[in-house]
Design a protein around this ligand. Structure first.
Ligand SMILES: [Zn+2]
Ligand SMILES: [Zn+2]
Length: 201
């Protein structure tokens, strides 16, 4: 499998293309990513979203029209696609697959949605092979914010505790910034848990 990354928009959001053979999955196509994605893919099969924040979904509607591929998003974040919550100016559309935690097989790919709410109600990490696309839940040396509208600190705490239990060796491809590994990030989880707890009092 090959992974291509390019950053888009004011928050430098990572858009990823995962290629296996002649087929691709597109992950989090942010503002202005449409053109790059279209010229980079040979046979796109689906758009997978880690969560519904505007900087990760901005070009989803345009790409869906152009590539005629279905959209996957956790069911609790589908409302972001349906209506532009913060008037950010993106085009709305409907999700085709409103997923829950679990394994999915589609278009020659197998991927798993891991549910880690807190940053948003449907925030997820997507496992493909030995890679995890962590969206805004987990970054290199930090985690996502839990102080936005629709965020929840208690959920975030539970999610980090749950992530601590995640076994295996994975390369982490976050929604912003550099790639990392789960092994490296595991070292930080106890500190995150302490910090989140301190903000919840
Ligand atoms: Zn976000
Ligand atoms: Zn983001």
């Amino acid at each position: 499998m090959m992974v291509f990354r390019k950053t888009f928009g004011i928050y430098q959001t990572n858009c990823y293309i995962v290629r296996e053979g002649e087929q691709e999955l597109i992950i989090d196509p942010g503002e202005g990513s449409c053109e790059w994605v279209i010229k980079s893919v040979k046979n796109a099969r689906a758009i997978l979203l880690t969560h519904g924040h505007f900087d990760h979904i901005y070009d989803v509607a345009a790409l869906k029209k152009e590539l005629k591929v279905p959209i996957f998003i956790h069911k609790n974040d589908a409302f972001f696609l349906r209506s532009d919550q913060d008037y950010m100016g993106y085009e709305c559309c409907e999700a085709d697959f409103m997923v829950e935690e679990g394994e999915y097989v589609y278009g020659g790919f197998k991927f798993k949605y891991h549910y880690f709410p807190g940053h948003t109600p449907g925030c997820s990490m997507i496992e493909i092979d030995d890679m995890i696309f962590s969206g805004d839940f987990l970054f290199k040396d930090s985690i996502g914010r839990w102080d936005f509208e629709y965020s929840n600190g208690f959920d975030m705490l539970k999610s980090v505790e749950k992530c601590k239990q995640l076994k295996g060796r994975y390369t982490i491809y976050p929604g912003h910034g550099e790639s990392t590994t789960l092994e490296r990030e595991r070292e930080n989880f106890d500190a995150y848990i302490r910090y989140i707890k301190s903000t919840l009092k």
